[in-house]
Design a protein around this ligand. Structure first.
Ligand code: ZN
Length: 256
């Protein structure tokens, strides 16, 4: 420890400017995986992160976990083959009421329509070693939702996935990173063992397992920005001019 957790959304070419932030092209994603390998990081499953926080096992300093929010079909079509190339584990957080449907909640943000994972694809991901978690029923802001609906979103989404997979679903991610003490408690009560926020930073032994930290990899992050996020688990990158200076100074030091 500490462990960096990476957050991706769509692995595909963006179809318009609105979704550019959330779409990483398969080529850029493969380069990210190459950087992880070249930098000597060990990719560990979500469950292992939780075991490390609980003090059950020792996790090396250079460890990273890979997560995908939403459950868009490209997790199966585009991300899985690349993960398999590298032999890397990952978690996919699925919006359970939209399985086999479309990314309806994205419409108001001007995103193009995208196909969501089918039950068949979710089973195939599991059989390929990808961990499936819940991302609520309908991608709501849990921090702004009334209590009864929070409980339903957290519990029913878990039950749907457990029906499809015939196994326990233990991991959760808050849509929009929106949570409240009530929502966090509902996640615990529903029987999840851990939950991802969208707060940045690395995960340590004192990190709340129900508010794990993740670094968002954006569609247009350059390779050097990815490298900095891998090391420092930031979300907000310094302005390009500052960051370039830091990187070039670091490179000079390495060459000396
Ligand atoms: Zn989401």
């Amino acid at each position: 420890m500490p462990v960096t957790m990476l957050m991706y959304h769509v692995i595909a070419t963006p179809q318009n400017a609105a979704e550019a932030r959330f779409c990483r092209t398969p080529d850029a994603f493969r380069k990210d995986m190459e950087q992880i390998q070249q930098a000597g990081y060990q990719v560990i499953p979500f469950a292992t992160v939780l075991e490390g926080i609980a003090g059950k096992i020792e996790i090396p300093d250079k460890a990273v976990a890979i997560t995908f929010d939403d459950g868009v079909a490209c997790a199966y079509e585009n991300a899985l083959p690349i993960l398999q190339e590298f032999g890397y584990p990952a978690s996919v957080f699925v919006v359970s009421s939209l399985i086999g449907g479309y990314n309806d909640w994205c419409e108001i943000f001007g995103f193009p329509r995208r196909r969501m994972l089918t039950a068949y694809e979710i089973r195939a991901l599991t059989e390929s070693g990808v961990d499936i978690g819940s991302h609520t029923l309908s991608h709501v802001w849990l921090g702004k939702t009334e209590d009864a609906s929070v409980v339903k979103e957290v519990q029913d989404s878990k039950a749907i996935l457990e029906d499809i997979l015939g196994q326990r679903i233990s991991h959760f991610a808050y849509p929009f990173g929106s949570w409240s003490p009530f929502a966090r408690n509902a996640v615990i009560e529903a029987g999840y063992t851990g939950a991802c926020s969208t707060m940045s930073g690395r995960n340590r032994k004192d990190t709340d397992p129900y508010l794990l930290r993740r670094s968002e990899i954006k569609g247009n992050d350059a390779p050097w920005q990815f490298r900095l996020k891998l090391s420092f688990a930031t979300n907000d990158m310094p302005p390009i001019s500052d960051a370039r200076r830091v990187v070039s100074q670091t490179l000079k030091k390495w060459k000396q």
